[in-house]
Design a protein around this ligand. Structure first.
Ligand SMILES: Cc1cc2nc3c(=O)[nH]c(=O)nc-3n(C[C@H](O)[C@H](O)[C@H](O)COP(=O)(O)OP(=O)(O)OC[C@H]3O[C@@H](n4cnc5c(N)ncnc54)[C@H](O)[C@@H]3O)c2cc1C
Ligand code: HEM
Length: 398
């Protein structure tokens, strides 16, 4: 329990944090990687270079300082970050390293404001937050380890199948090398790969949404080749059927939680369809009673992953409605058969069909796409509680 004076001091530093903005977290990461270069094998350095991780950390630190007297506001963020951390195998001892560099950063960037009282208040506040993370992360590790088919840390999996799903997306079916079962996940959650190879400068952790419903035996992920991307190009170019790969248990706070009478609308763009496919698979396996809508946007037929799969599912299931947008169809793409509309996704086209009382909306794709989806649905009066989204990278609020 933090003392009132500590809370007051931390809150008084909010204007200082706001004026420093992401310079704070950029400085923090620079000094941490300088003094603890072993952490380059933990963090995704591309997210450092693009600034996405410093921005995500800054948003979290600022939110903590602002809401330190009202921790309930932070619980969703804590849950999301704890899940992300467990996918990177973060350990309690590493919190001291991060805490040290955070306090040194405050001293270095604001030497006048960083009085001993301010540093002491931040040390206590950081310690309290670190304890919350450490506790929640241990719960997630233990839960993953003790459930049927569960494990802790890396486990060796073998690539059973490697399948081209579109021009840029390839799926991988992964099964444990020990032949044992695998722990169930909640559709929407992701798998964490730990990539180690002499072809990579650093060890790399990458997250991939599971794209088929849990079956206790194996996991399927689908990976888009990103231009200049370290992990996705490694997986596309070097990971072949029969090869081994280190896998950490599934995690993630984005998952489908509905009753049989809940209408479900799954909305995706590009490779953002992967968590939606796991949800659809699950809904169909459970013979979901309420209507299910699948809305997808992609560039054209050559980039339309799982096209046949979704078409077959629709043909076999009267309860499933689909609508597809191609931004720039090719001459060989067949309207009505391959796609329903041209251009970017326009939800007003399907407003009547998807405006269903009590429906839940799950969406994933590039951040501007998801912002459009959220704004449109919120504009129709759909509540925050009905909207669920996943960011394929360091978190950003929409
Ligand atoms: C919860 C979650 C679920 C995900 N699910 C999926 C999924 O199902 N399928 C999928 O394909 N992906 C998914 N991702 C994304 C995936 O984890 C990887 O981020 C993605 O594959 C790219 O990784 P990479 O190593 O190829 O690229 P990285 O090396 O991480 O690079 C990312 C991008 O940054 C660019 N970049 C790197 N350095 C710089 C620089 N200095 N300046 C400018 N740009 C730079 C790269 O060119 C690249 O385009 C998910 C991510 C999360 C967090
Ligand atoms: C109280 C302390 C901490 C806070 C507030 C914090 C905050 C965050 C946030 C906001 C994210 C992004 C989450 C998301 O994308 O959803 C994140 C990711 C991450 N954190 Fe932490 N973190 C803390 C401690 C640590 C520690 C001790 C480590 C271990 C060295 C660590 C390593 C990571 C890694 C590796 C990622 C993923 C980075 C990436 O995707 O590039 N964090 N953290």
């Amino acid at each position: 329990m933090l003392e009132a004076r500590t809370i007051e001091i931390v809150k008084s530093t909010v204007p200082l944090l706001e004026s420093a903005n992401t310079a704070l977290t950029e400085h923090f990461y620079q000094r941490m990687f300088r003094d603890n270069p072993e952490l380059k094998d933990v963090f995704n350095l591309s997210h450092q270079q693009t600034g996405r991780q410093p921005a995500a950390l800054f948003a979290a630190v600022l939110a903590y300082a602002k809401n330190i007297d009202n921790p309930a506001v932070l619980s969703a963020a804590v849950e999301r970050i704890a899940h992300k951390h467990t996918g990177f195998s973060i350990q309690p001892a590493q919190y001291a390293i991060v805490g040290h560099h955070l306090l040194e950063t405050i001293k270095e960037l604001a030497p006048d404001a960083a009085t001993p009282e301010v540093i002491d208040a931040w040390a206590q506040a950081y310690g309290a937050l670190a304890d919350i993370f450490i506790g929640r992360e241990e719960q997630i590790y233990t839960d993953n380890e003790t459930r049927t088919g569960g494990w802790r840390g890396p486990r060796t999996f073998v690539v059973q199948e490697k399948q081209t799903e579109s021009e840029h997306i390839t799926s991988f079916l992964l099964a444990p090398a020990d032949g044992g079962p695998v722990v169930d996940f909640r559709p929407g959650q992701y798998l964490n790969l730990h990539l180690t190879s002499d072809k990579l400068e650093h060890k790399e952790y990458r997250q991939y949404s599971l794209c088929q419903a849990p079956n206790g035996k194996n996991y399927r992920i689908a990976v888009k080749r990103e231009q200049g991307g370290v992990g996705s190009n490694f997986l596309h170019d070097h990971l072949q059927p029969g090869d081994s790969i280190q896998v950490l248990p599934p995690s993630g706070d984005f998952f489908m939680e509905v009753t049989p009478d809940t209408p479900v609308v799954l909305i995706s763009a590009g490779v953002g369809l992967t968590p939606m496919r796991a949800m659809l698979d699950q809904l169909q396996r459970l013979h979901h009673q309420a209507p299910v809508h699948w809305l997808h946007a992609c560039e054209n037929g050559s980039q339309h992953a799982f096209k046949q799969d979704i078409q077959s599912r629709r043909q076999a299931d009267d309860n499933l409605n689909t609508h597809t947008w191609y931004r720039t169809p090719q001459a060989c793409d067949q309207p009505a058969e391959d796609y329903d509309a041209t251009g970017l996704m326009d939800l007003t086209r399907v407003r009547d069909a998807i405006s269903l009382p009590g429906a839940h909306y799950y969406f994933c794709g590039p951040v501007p796409f998801m912002a459009m989806v959220k704004d449109t649905l919120a504009g129709w009066g759909i509540t925050e509680e009905q909207l669920h989204y996943e960011v394929f990278g360091p978190h950003q609020s929409l």
